[in-house]
Design a binder for this molecule. Structure first.
Ligand code: GUN
Length: 162
């Protein structure tokens, strides 16, 4: 199996954040929220793939907490940045002896970037509740990061989509 097989067999398409994804589940139950447009599906799930050629999921945040599940390939590094500037680095993977975690929760309203540092590909799953809606998601901009996280800017700039 190679990354082309994964892209084809899992019907993955390019994501605006970088990498590839396909939605695997969207609950038909809906809930009322205080968000723009109010109604959201109860839960959604996706596959997400980074490859050597598309190695970065650029900084983005969501109003919902997002669970990440390692599925296979090479481990993936997460940069998780809270709005108060606290930066954490976590590796999603199976090798718990190397401090990797098979599951990772990124809390709501935390910025996250995902990086494939080596290897051909890394495949993961994400589940989010309330379910995914573009109105709940923000992609970081250089202007915002430069002004809100000036001390971190040089470290984070490669992972902010320009
Ligand atoms: N559509 C575009 N991005 C996403 C995502 O991250 N999750 C889901 N469920 N759908 C999407």
């Amino acid at each position: 199996m190679n990354k082309q097989d994964l892209i084809q067999k899992l019907s993955l398409v390019k994501h605006v954040e970088g990498g590839y994804f396909s939605e695997t589940y969207r609950s038909c139950l809906t809930i009322d929220t205080a968000r723009e447009g109010n109604q959201r599906n109860l839960i959604t799930s996706i596959y997400y793939l980074l490859t050597k050629e598309q190695p970065i999921g650029y900084f983005n945040k969501n109003q919902s907490p997002i669970l990440h599940y390692f599925h296979g390939g090479s481990p993936l590094t997460y940069l998780i940045l809270s709005e108060n500037g606290h930066l954490e680095r976590v590796k999603l993977g199976f090798d718990v002896t190397k401090n990797q975690v098979p599951q990772l929760l990124v809390p709501e309203n935390c910025w996250k970037a995902t990086i494939l540092e080596s290897g051909e590909y890394g495949l993961l799953g994400e589940a989010v509740s309330p379910g995914f809606d573009y109105r709940d998601m923000s992609l970081a901009t250089p202007d915002y990061f430069r002004s809100h996280f000036p001390q971190l800017w040089s470290e984070l700039a490669p992972y902010v989509k320009s």
